[in-house]
Design a protein around this ligand. Sequence first.
Ligand SMILES: N[C@@H](CCC(=O)N[C@@H](CS)C(=O)NCC(=O)O)C(=O)O
Length: 209
Amino acid sequence: MKLYDYKMAPNPRRVRVFAAEKGLDIPLVDVDLGAKAQMDDAYRVKNPQMIVPALELDDGTLLTESVAICRYLEELHPTPNLFGDSALERAQVEMWNRRMEQEGLAAVAEAFRNTVPGFAGRALPGPHDYDQIAELAARGQARLAHFFDDLNAHLATSAFVAGDRFTIADITAYIAVDFAKVAKKRPDDSQPALIAWRDKVAARPSAAA
Ligand SMILES: N[C@@H](CCC(=O)N[C@@H](CS)C(=O)NCC(=O)O)C(=O)O
C-alpha cells in the first residue's frame, strides 16, 4: 500500500500520526497541494475527489477519508487499540473524534480558507470551486475561540479527549489545535489544561510523523 500525502496539510497528518502509533511505515507519495498537484490529471484520474490523504492498496483500490483509512489500518493492526475496545468506549471515541473534526478542524478551515488569497475560489477542498465568504472567516475565528475554551474545560477533568487513554480523538484534536496557528490562534495562559494535554501529546514520538 501507499499513502498519498502532503506534509503541511492536517488530514494526511492524522493518518501519518495514526500509522506511527501503530508502528507502521507506509510508503508516502507527495501530492504537492501548494503546486495544485491534486488537480493534475495523473492524480484526478486516480482520485476524482482531488483530496489527500488517499490510501492505495496493492490491488489498486483507493480509500479516501482520514477516519476510513485509520479504521482500515486498525482492522489490520488492532494493537495498540485507538478506536475503543468496548461498545461504550467505541461510541465515546467516535463521539469525541467527530466533535474534534467539527468543532476544531472545520473551524480552522472556515477561518483560514475564507481569508488566504491562495484559496480564492477554492474555499472548500474537492472537485468543485467555491468562493470565499468573509463572514465565514469571522465565524470560524469565533468557533475556534469556543473550541479552545471548551476543550480546555473538558481536559481539566479528563486525561485524554475520549477518557483516560490516548485514542484517535486525541490525534484529531491535537492536529486541529496545532493547525489553528494558520488562523493565528494558539492556546494561551487562560487554557492551562489544554496546554498540558497538548504538550503531553506533542511528546509522543508519533507527533513528529
Ligand atoms: N474529509 C476528508 C478531508 C480531506 C481534506 O480536506 N484534505 C485536504 C488537505 S487537509 C485537501 O486535500 N485539500 C485539497 C484542496 O484544498 O484542494 C478527510 O477527512 O480526509
